[in-house]
Design a protein around this ligand. Structure first.
Ligand SMILES: C[S@@+](CC[C@H](N)C(=O)[O-])C[C@H]1O[C@@H](n2cnc3c(N)ncnc32)[C@H](O)[C@@H]1O
Length: 192
């Protein structure tokens, strides 16, 4: 076995990838992470999905590809230019709601919502408002984060934040956690 992804990529992925490169966006999720996101998405038929940090929609396209027809995905980002790229290629998917908003504002306005699957790929839901976002995960639901291994774009001191976050997640009695030192460094948790 090796890491080659032999299953077909989401239809929009290559075009989003090209537009992402042209845009100069450098925080894109890597393809291995995206593949895992799709596999995990397929475990929640009829599910409610949340992505915090759409970027240009690369991870979004893989999550959508794993979801069934009855599932829905809310994906938020504060950068309208990035969301415009996601919207250009994925906006026709009725299961997807793209929201241009600040993460804090969105989370604080949707505290009562519950999700089967949360991919937290921005500050909120990782380093900010962690308790609030974890409360949005249904029992049996998935909470997934990446970039837990050192990345070239980390600001000084970010490694300490990562270490604190991982320790906090592992210390929670309501989460069953697995860490994967693979791809950009993944942590998957299931809510008890
Ligand atoms: C790691 S990138 C997301 C990558 C994306 N999931 C992908 O597959 O390429 C983090 C995203 O968080 C967004 N972001 C940063 N600060 C934010 C905030 N305060 N509110 C909402 N989004 C924010 C950035 O615009 C960026 O697109």
């Amino acid at each position: 076995m090796n890491e080659t992804i032999r299953q077909s990529q989401p239809a929009a992925y290559a075009a989003i990838d090209e537009a992402t490169r042209a845009s100069g966006f450098t925080m894109a999720s890597d393809i291995l992470t995206c593949s895992l996101l799709r596999t995990l998405a397929a475990s929640k038929p009829g599910g409610t999905f949340l992505e915090l940090g759409t970027g240009t929609g690369l991870s979004t396209s893989w999550i959508l590809d794993g979801m069934d027809a009855d599932s829905t995905l809310v994906s938020i980002d504060h950068d309208a230019n990035l969301l415009a790229i996601a919207g250009r290629f994925l906006g026709g998917d009725a299961r997807l709601k793209l929201v241009t908003t600040d993460g804090e504002q969105w989370v604080m306005r949707h505290l009562a919502e519950r999700y089967d699957y949360v991919f937290a790929d921005t500050w909120h839901g990782k380093y900010l408002l962690l308790d609030e976002v974890l409360a949005m995960v249904k029992p049996g639901g998935l909470y997934i984060i990446d970039d837990m291994l050192p990345q070239p774009n980390w600001p000084e001191g970010h490694d300490l934040k990562v270490a604190r976050l991982v320790e906090e997640l592992e210390g929670r009695g309501d989460l069953v956690v697995t860490k994967q030192a693979w791809a950009s460094g993944i942590l998957i948790a299931v809510k008890r």
